[in-house]
Every structure is written in C-alpha cells, then in structure tokens.
Design a protein around this ligand. Structure first.
Ligand code: SF4
Length: 362
C-alpha cells in the first residue's frame, strides 16, 4: 500500500550527451506502451487516496494532455494531491500548458540544465535559453508551483557561467530549484567521447557552495542536498523518498518500494510488453537494511534525522550503535548535533557520499 506514485515515460526524441537514464526514441511504441502501463497500474494499485503522483522520464511532455489525463484518471486523486510532470522546454506552448492544467497537473519540473546556449549545445540539449525562459514565463500564467533543474560542472562551464545560471533561476521567480553535479556514467555519449575542459572536483565544490549562497539569498530554503525551495514548496513526492516511505513505481525501468519489498521493472520494451505486471527484480528489505536506508536518505535532508524517532522505529540506541562514526564527524565539523537531531554541515555535504557510506559500514 502506498499513497505515492511514480510513472516513468521512457521516450525522448534524442539522447542528451550526458544521459544514462532509460529512454528510447521509438515514439511509434507509445500507444502500446501506454496500454501496457495501464495494465500494470490496474494490476497493482489498490485505489488508495494518492498524495503525490509524479510523471518522470524520459520526456513525459511527449505525451498529449489527453494521454496524461487517461493515466491520472486511474488514480484516486484529490485537490490536495501533488501532481508533477517533468517537461523539456522545447515545443512547450501556451495551449499545451493550458491543457495540462486541466488534467489535474499542478506542479511542473523544467529540465533547463543551463541558461547558456553554448553549454546547452555542448551537452546535446535541444532547447535554447530563450526557449526555457519563455516556457517558464508562459507556465507562470497557469501554475504557481514550478521547479527547474540545473546542472553544474558542465564542459567549459566556469564558476561565473554557473553564477549567471543561478541568477537567472532567481530572476525567473520559480518556487523550486534542483541542482545536479555532472557525473559521466557508463552508457552515455560522454563516456566514450569525454569532453575537454570539465571543471575539476574543487571547482564543482565551489560551484555548489556558490549555489547555496545565491539561492538562499534569493529566498530559497536549502532543504535537501540537491534541492532548494521557497517556503511551502518542498517537493512532497521526493520528501516521501527521503523519509524512506513506500511508493509505487510504474513503467519501464521504474523502481518501487511496497510492503518492505524494493522492486524494479524491466528496462526494455520487449520484456515489459510481454508481461508488464512482472517485476524484473524484487528484494525484501531487512530491518537492518531499512535502518541504514533511513539514515542514508534522512541525512540528505538538511533537517537531518532524529535519534529519538529512529530509536522508536527500530528499537535501537542510535547514539550508541553509531557512536564512533558520529564522534568522528561531529569532531571534524562534518555533522551537526542539536538535541538529538543530526544533520550534515555544508562541509559535510561536500563529502556526503563518504560520510553516508560510513554509516552503512558500521
Ligand atoms: S537527459 Fe532527460 S531529456 Fe535528455 S535524453 Fe536523458 S531523459 Fe531524455
């Protein structure tokens, strides 16, 4: 059972150079995909009242508003349900945005990545800075909950360039910004065509700290390692992940977590089409794994984790169990401690992967 749903739309017209997500350009499979997706949803979904519904991709904005509405209709949503769709700024116009509004979508997440045309072209994005700014400004007539994504550490990007991106994000007066440091993973174009002049780790760290500074000065709260929001506009859907709660994942390559089972779906059309109700992978999460996930995900939030809550949920003494790792990082200034609440400091965020994995090893 869950009140949170992720739906993967695995279509993109073309692959961006840094992308290793599961997405395909065979749009002719769209009709069949949507019918299999509905089959999967009807099989697993128990008509719970939904708190968050998230269309991610891929490029969900390749679906028509009617196709999106057909999917939303399958769920028990209310006026309070946060319904998000990821959009690529190209080909977004007033009519489409208006029709999306009428489907029940109430939150938009724009994949901007940068507002510098040279950088956008170097990473293989199909939109320009003008497209993104126009799309967001148009969307503001219909939506009051808009997020945008930026990437830092892009080829030839200087700290000054990134500062301009952040200023532009601030000027657009959106409610939410997500930031990602470029990571070149196996399978993407850049992995075999490594771009020259990638900012090194020190510059990436400086960019990240700059982002905290500029975005907080522009009225955003830094509420998760990679996420910033105006008051009242935290992503409810993503908070559900970081709070380590259950969620449905529907569609090709989607991951879900229901009744203590983490699962993932097949990543190609032929396996998924054969039986969309069969998971490619399932894993029963043990109590100890659940505890580690709770710490790992919870520390991503700037509000941190509460030892009292963890003790109550897991019947342990958190401070005793993790005394060596807590002492080490509190002394070094990487973890802050305040009345049983533990959270990462800015210094800690920069090496969060090392700190978080220390909890897993304990
Ligand atoms: S980055 Fe996004 S838009 Fe680009 S190919 Fe990947 S999923 Fe598609």
């Amino acid at each position: 059972m869950s009140e949170n749903v992720y739906i993967h739309i695995p279509f993109c017209r073309q692959k961006c150079n840094y992308c290793s997500f599961i997405s395909y350009s065979d749009l002719e499979k769209k009709r069949c995909y949507l019918s299999k997706l509905k089959e999967e949803i009807k099989h697993f979904y128990n008509n719970e009242q939904i708190k968050t519904l998230y269309f991610g991709g891929g490029t969900p904005s390749l679906l028509s508003s009617d196709e999106i509405f057909e999917l939303i209709k399958l769920f028990n949503v209310s006026d309070n349900t946060e319904v998000t769709i990821e959009l690529n700024p190209e080909n977004i116009n007033k009519d489409y945005l208006y029709s999306l509004k009428n489907t029940g979508i109430n939150r938009l997440s724009f994949g901007c990545q940068s507002f510098d045309d040279k950088t956008l072209s170097a990473i293989g994005r199909k939109h320009t800075s003008f497209d993104a700014i126009t799309a967001i400004n148009t969307a503001k007539s219909f939506f009051d909950n808009i997020s945008l994504d930026l990437i830092y550490g892009l080829p030839e990007q200087s700290i000054k360039d990134f500062e301009k991106d952040l200023m532009q994000a601030g000027n657009l007066e959106v409610q939410h910004v997500s930031l990602y440091g470029l990571k070149i993973e196996e399978g993407c174009y850049f992995a075999s065509h490594m771009p020259a002049n990638l900012p090194d780790n020190d510059i990436q760290a400086e960019m990240y700290l700059k982002a905290i500074n500029i975005l907080t000065q522009n009225g955003f709260e830094h509420y998760e390692i990679s996420n910033f929001a105006k008051t009242g506009f935290y992503s409810k859907h993503n908070l559900n992940y970081w709070n380590n709660n259950f969620y449905y994942g529907f569609g090709i390559a989607a991951h879900g977590y229901i009744n203590n089972i983490r699962y993932s779906n097949f990543e190609n059309f032929s396996d998924y089409f054969k039986d969309p109700c069969r998971h490619a992978f399932e894993h029963i999460v043990s109590k100890n794994e659940k505890l580690e996930e709770e710490i790992f995900l919870g520390l991503r939030k700037m509000s941190g984790i509460s030892s009292e809550e963890i003790n109550r949920k897991f019947g342990i003494n958190f401070e005793q169990k993790y005394s060596s790792v807590l002492d080490k990082y509190i002394t070094s200034g990487h973890i802050k401690h305040n009345h049983g609440i533990y959270s990462l400091s800015d210094k800690g965020i920069l090496v969060s992967n090392i700190i978080l994995s220390d909890f897993l090893d304990d």
